[in-house]
Design a protein around this ligand. Structure first.
Ligand code: SF4
Length: 307
């Protein structure tokens, strides 16, 4: 099939599928760039299902960029609890302060300006200009990479495809009119619901006739379907360090640690079998929270950083 023909059939099929199968997500009910940035940062490392409730609670607590900018850091972190990777909450707080102080509360409208903000990379910036301003901008996140790669390159070539190539293909696929907003949303939904990572649902897929991976992909080995390399995280007492960081912050936000806590009180709160030999390790974890601006030492007590 000719390349141009394949692309226009793909666009048509995708948008038709999206009309009947799209996900209803709260951040799609708005074009407010602040709300889009909140949802995108939450979605960076957390599953959609977990984000929905947290997003709604966040927007209730901090409905505008100004309300977030003016909130104490400890409240921002407390509101983030349960999403993990707390650094993202600090990024959001810093973004809000910058937008209020340097941009008069108005988010920039270009990818180049948005990527200057903390925690915003190329994908997030593209998502903001596409979803908030309906700009003609491709977005390439994990789902999109997989869909575009499998259909236009083939699942084997996708394993070695440079990121830049996928951005190029996504750009060429983008409709030239205002449908690009829906097209980008549709690509993500299609990757989340049909062309899924481990078990693509080829049997019900409307792309079979134009897909470079079909039907060979049905015989693929699991490692041939893995676009994202598994990230190895060093374990400490059964969990990676980020989990212990989260547990420490959750404890310091609890009523039991209203006035902070000593290192050993923290150790006992987060581990049933905590002993004094683990204090150097615990201190090293607390230091990472100090250097990220989450907590500080007041004498021998560790307290939440308040600004
Ligand atoms: S046919 Fe299979 S591999 Fe191709 S797009 Fe559909 S689900 Fe993905």
């Amino acid at each position: 099939m000719h390349r141009i023909q394949q692309r226009s059939r793909f666009r048509r099929k995708l948008l038709a599928w999206y009309k009947t199968s799209q996900r209803i997500l709260p951040w799609r009910q708005t074009h407010d760039p602040y709300a889009i940035v909140v949802s995108e940062l939450m979605l960076q490392q957390t599953q959609v299902e977990r984000v929905i409730e947290k997003y709604q609670a966040w927007m209730k607590r901090f409905p505008t960029v100004r309300s977030l900018a003016g909130a104490p850091r400890a409240d921002v972190i407390a509101q983030w609890q349960g999403l993990g990777y707390n650094r993202r909450a600090l990024y959001l707080h810093r973004i809000a302060k910058t937008i209020v102080s340097d941009f008069g509360c108005v988010f920039p409208q270009t990818v180049d300006e948005l990527v200057q903000l903390p925690g915003i990379g190329r994908y997030t910036a593209a998502a903001v200009v596409s979803f908030a301003y309906s700009a003609h901008e491709p977005i390439v996140e994990t789902n999109v990479k997989r869909v575009v790669g499998r259909i236009f390159l083939g699942y084997k070539a996708l394993l070695h495809a440079p990121e830049e190539r996928l951005w190029r293909v996504a750009h060429e696929l983008l409709p030239r009119d205002r449908r690009s907003y829906h097209f980008n949303q549709a690509l993500m939904d299609f990757g989340a619901l049909v062309c899924t990572a481990k078990r693509p649902r080829c049997e019900i897929c409307p792309m079979q006739s134009i897909c470079a991976s079909y039907p060979d992909i049905l015989r693929a080995r699991p490692e041939q379907l893995r676009v994202k390399k598994p990230v190895y995280e060093k374990q400490y007492f059964g969990h990676p360090r980020r989990i212990w960081r989260g547990k420490i912050l959750a404890y310091l936000h609890s009523p039991n640690a209203k006035h902070g806590a000593t290192e050993s009180a923290i150790g006992k709160a987060i581990q049933n079998d905590f002993s004094a030999q683990r204090l150097p390790w615990l201190r090293s974890v607390i230091f990472t929270l100090v250097s990220d601006g989450f907590v500080q030492y007041k004498g021998k007590r560790v307290v939440l950083f308040k600004t």
